[in-house]
Design a protein around this ligand. Structure first.
Ligand code: UDP
Length: 516
């Protein structure tokens, strides 16, 4: 070895700017770093007083360094992780990665104004309406030149690009850098959306709610046009239809796909995706299991849970994006109360002193004292799910949440809203049989289909009590054990990860030898 520097693999990650994409990316970054890699994560930033000076000097690209004591937590000294992010995510990232490695954050800027968005919209969360979200995707399509500069300067052995940046594969190819794609979802959803994309079954039915069977699919799974993303339902070409098409095509152009799932969870779909649909893929999840224990949470809700009996509390939370209106929130409150179950409910609405909250039923907070807890804003979801008092999870079926529930051995009430969540619901309820559907039928970005109180009450009771609940609980506990085995030495995800690293190393050595 000439010098270690020549042979250290450098991998750059470029996730979409939303928590659901960033969280597993941070876990992947740590995992790759633990294999001795130098890791860089790219995300966006807009001008802040803190960063502006450096940004001026470096064409909107900035580097923000946090030094943390790697050795103290058992990581090799000198592991170098670089994260490119917007200032929106900087505090969040710093909290997630503190104590775990030496971290650099690179900031890039989304050209919001160029597409008519207010300056400073640098995350999907800041784009608060469905219309603004579409425009935000358009702004992200303009990040190519910034990526180009970074890749030219840093020449990583490989780029891991989010599915929402299909153009990144071409940018990397210019420098001979292979791209791995990260969708952040499971094989089942990848197979489901490919089935709908290729065969368009939703265009062959007479109504939005007429069921059809997903074509060319390992199991007989019923779906409806209403569950298909709206941008795939119509023939007119929009930014999003073009983006979605590009996302599917790039799966063949790229080096392969990284899947945050484990083989034993969905073997038929892992095989179908690779052998029938012909994609090269590595399942390396559940990613969050590799780094568990690095963030200790002392949230008061965990103490509250300590006072409860096993499996006696239902956890209700809809991820980082969903934004229910007052009418839906009131329906949830009433349904939960009627179920008679104890609950923790995460509501993404701030409490404003002196302002009456229309969605809170009269006297609700008084009546639920000791029995129910409302958390405003961000909740420590993984520790909550893992607490033995939690016996059910009402979830929007985001893939991270779904997998976290599986790994905690908690059965689910499935309430999909948008994205690929309706596929995830089918995996949970029909294939794995570890959850029951609340009855949401329509794909609707951010707000979801309206669900009535009776349906909520029924589904919550079904998942918490009775023989069906017990059966689901024992099935999901078996899956949780399989998940743990997958990330242990010799487990399926560890073997896939090792195979991926063998590939990366041989690509790295051959390009190194070509140069010398
Ligand atoms: N999450 C959390 N606390 C919250 C809301 C979300 O810790 O109050 C985490 C959750 O554990 C998961 C991620 O945020 O890891 C949400 O990702 P998911 O794919 O489930 O949904 P999305 O937010 O992308 O819709």
């Amino acid at each position: 070895m000439g010098s270690q520097g020549h042979h250290q693999l450098h991998v750059i990650f470029f996730p979409f700017m939303a928590q659901g994409h960033l969280i597993p990316t941070i876990d992947m970054a740590k995992l790759f770093a633990s294999k001795g890699c130098k890791v860089t994560i790219l995300t966006t930033s807009y001008f802040t007083p803190f960063l502006s000076k450096k940004i001026e000097n470096s064409a909107q690209i900035d580097i923000f360094n946090i030094r943390v004591p790697a050795a103290e937590v058992g990581l090799p000294e000198g592991i170098d992780i670089t994260i490119l992010t917007t200032s929106y995510f900087t505090p969040f990232l710093s909290k997630k990665i503190e104590n775990s490695a030496q971290i650099d954050i690179f900031n890039i800027r989304v050209p919001a104004a160029e597409v008519g968005l207010p300056e400073g919209i640098d995350s999907a969360h800041a784009a608060g309406t469905p219309e603004m979200m579409e425009t935000f995707f358009k702004a992200c399509g303009k990040l190519g030149p910034q990526l180009d500069q970074i890749l030219e300067r840093h020449r990583p052995v490989c780029l891991v690009a989010d599915m929402f940046f299909p153009w990144a594969t071409d940018v990397a190819a210019k420098f001979g850098i292979p791209t791995l794609l990260f969708h952040g979802t499971c094989y089942f959803a990848l197979c489901g959306s490919t089935s709908v994309f290729l065969h368009e079954p939703h265009k062959k039915v007479s109504s939005d709610l007429e069921p059809f069977i997903l074509p060319n699919f390992p199991d007989q799974v019923e779906f409806t046009a209403s569950r298909v993303p709206h941008f795939m339902r119509h023939d007119d070409e929009t930014e999003l239809t073009k983006l979605f098409k590009a996302m599917k095509e790039v799966e063949f152009k790229s080096y392969g796909v990284l899947v945050n799932s484990f083989y034993e969870l969905e073997p038929a779909y892992a095989d179908h995706y690779r052998k029938v649909l012909g994609r090269k893929a590595w399942n390396i999840g559940p990613l969050f299991l590799y780094n568990k224990g690095s963030n200790s949470d002392e949230h008061e809700c965990l103490k509250w849970l300590d006072s409860k009996k096993p499996n006696s509390v239902v956890f209700v939370s809809f991820g980082s994006m969903a934004n229910f209106d007052d009418e839906q929130l009131e329906e949830i409150a009433t349904g939960l109360e009627a179920s008679g179950q104890q609950f923790i409910w995460v509501v993404k609405k701030e409490k404003k002193e002196g302002v009456k909250e229309e969605w809170l039923p009269e006297g609700f907070e008084e009546r639920i004292k000791g029995k129910g807890l409302i958390i405003r804003g961000w909740a420590p979801q993984v520790p909550i799910l893992e607490h033995e008092a939690v016996g059910g999870f009402v979830t929007h079926c985001g893939w991270n949440s779904t997998q976290e529930s599986v790994c905690a051995g908690v059965p689910m009430v499935t309430w999909p809203i948008a994205a690929e969540q309706f596929y995830n619901e089918k995996l949970v309820t029909q294939i794995l049989r570890v959850g029951v559907e609340v009855g949401a039928k329509k794909w609707k970005r951010l707000v979801g289909d309206f669900v009535k109180r009776d349906a909520i009450e029924r589904a919550v009771s079904r998942v918490m009590e009775g023989e069906e609940a017990e059966e689901m609980r024992s099935r999901v506990k078996r899956l949780a054990e399989m998940a743990r085995s997958a990330v242990k030495e010799g487990g399926s995800s560890v073997l896939d990860l090792n195979a991926l690293f063998d590939d990366l190393r041989s690509a790295h050595y051959s390009s190194y030898e070509n140069l010398h």
